[in-house]
Design a protein around this ligand. Structure first.
Ligand code: PLP
Length: 453
């Protein structure tokens, strides 16, 4: 057995692997039992947005645990719950004022799907039950969220149990699923990726469609792909026309990750529901949820006696909520958004330089500190053979060299694109970004040498 690894009773997601044993973390670094230092260049799963070992957050959680570790939110409210909801509503786009908490992002999207269904049903439209999602997207692992998402590999295991939701393609101008040219789309002011939503709504029947769910910037499935400027404006117009609710899944992008509090702000539209997770507690506690537009709340009060038929034991868990409150305080006090924009631009430039140096980097993209690299076998973008698992290999090399990234592959016209998310903590320093790029460069070069052997 390698040093730092051990056999244990943990049911890991991949039982074929052994994992380094992490004993503690400080700032952007994690430390293993044997003292190896890892630069957390992906903030865990794009969650540990302030890095590790922050006393202030740990103390806020401990203090809350001592005061009241648990109250059932069906019966009681806590001061931290009240304060965090108020703060989130203040950060959210106009009209989104009520916050519902869950433990994770999958539960958040599950809640949004259910709320959309109940909202229409109680308004006298019981047929509206189909959610339209997008291929090349991820909304979680519970049956509802998995059904709405477009992760082919995860979905196929559970077919035919998935809900009968339908999907359009995610926008991806570099590899347009409609074989359109971006310049042509822009000049015609006609984006196939958004008009396909209208076509699908008409096919399914507007009377049957409850909601459309999308990540404003596509994270794990495509590696931080930004849609065309007018995409969400068109989507909003179509949703309004057919009485379809717009759910923005900001589980990965929310709370500053892309340089705005919510990534949907880049596109100047107001969704009906924003779901969030990860960054709200910066990974210090399981916390996620949804922010709901006044219009839906009004509907619930008028048509459902104010009752949302849904709930979790740990909804609004006081210790998690206390963590969230401490995290938002730090985001504000330390002007984290400014750091994301500054360090995001710096990192983007460094990655663009890396692309010039290493032709197998086919694309560099993203916003703020949610950046993505796509790899291809040549300058035309020919994909690598799937079994090469190029980004997994790069990440393995990086781990050996002391940094961890977020590799992934999504289906692009039947092809599994090789991408790597680069998403260090939002409070990263310049020297950490330099170290990240240094390790990444080395890992890519070593991987290229290996596959050419
Ligand atoms: N939505 C998006 C966009 C995500 O990236 C994720 C997780 O990666 C989820 C939902 C699911 O969140 P969780 O893993 O907390 O259930």
């Amino acid at each position: 057995m390698e040093r730092g690894m051990r056999d244990d009773h943990v049911f890991h997601r991949d039982l074929s692997k052994k994992y380094p044993l992490i004993t503690h973390g400080k700032g952007s670094y994690l430390y293993s039992e044997e003292g190896t230092r890892y630069l957390d260049a992906c903030s865990g799963a794009v969650a540990a947005n302030l890095g590790h070992g922050i006393e202030e957050i740990a103390s806020a959680m401990a203090n809350q645990a001592k005061r009241a570790a648990f109250v059932h939110t069906l019966r009681f409210e806590t001061p931290v719950l009240y304060k965090l909801s108020e703060k989130i509503a203040r950060f959210a786009p106009d009209g989104l004022n009520k916050v519902y908490f869950t433990s994770g992002g999958s539960e958040a999207n599950e809640s949004a799907i259910k709320l959309a269904r109940q909202f229409h049903r109680d308004a006298g439209k019981p047929e509206k039950h189909v959610v339209i999602g997008r291929w090349q997207s991820y909304h979680g692992n519970t049956f509802g969220s998995l059904s709405a998402g477009g992760d082919i590999k995860r979905r196929q295991v559970y077919t035919p149990n998935l809900l009968h939701f339908t999907h359009i393609h995610s926008p991806n101008c570099l590899r347009c699923p409609f074989q359109r040219d971006k310049g042509d789309c822009d000049s015609r002011q006609d984006w196939s990726c958004s008009t396909s939503l209208e076509q699908l709504i008409l096919e399914v029947g507007p009377q049957n469609v409850s909601a459309f769910i999308a990540e404003p910037i596509t994270g794990s499935q495509l590696g931080s792909v930004v849609p065309p400027d007018n995409y969400f404006k068109e989507v909003r117009r179509i949703c309004d026309q057919y009485d379809v609710l717009l759910i923005a899944d900001e589980v990965m992008t929310g709370f500053g990750r892309t340089g705005k509090t919510f990534a949907i702000e880049y596109f100047d539209v107001i969704p009906d529901i924003i779901t969030f997770g990860k960054g709200i507690s910066a990974g210090y506690a399981p916390l996620a949820g949804m922010i709901v537009h006044d219009r839906l709340i009004k509907g619930l009060i008028q048509n459902s006696k104010g009752k949302f038929v849904h709930g979790y034991t740990y909804s609004g868990h006081p210790v998690s909520v206390a963590a969230g409150l401490a995290v938002l305080d730090i985001y504000e006090r330390e002007k984290i958004l400014e750091n994301v924009v500054e360090k995001g631009n710096y990192l983007l430039q460094k990655l663009i330089e890396l692309k010039r140096e290493i032709p197998l980097i086919f694309d560099v993209r993203g916003k703020g500190l949610l950046l993505g690299l796509e790899f291809a076998a040549d300058a035309e973008g020919t994909p690598f053979k799937q079994d090469l698992q190029i980004t997994e290999r790069i990440n393995e090399k990086a781990i050996e060299l002391g940094a961890v990234f977020y590799p992934g592959s999504g289906t692009i016209n039947g092809y599994l694109g090789d991408h790597l998310i680069v998403s260090p903590p939002l409070n990263s320093k310049t020297n950490e970004i330099d170290e990240l790029v240094h390790i990444l460069r080395k890992s890519i070069k070593l991987t290229i040498e290996e596959i050419r052997e």
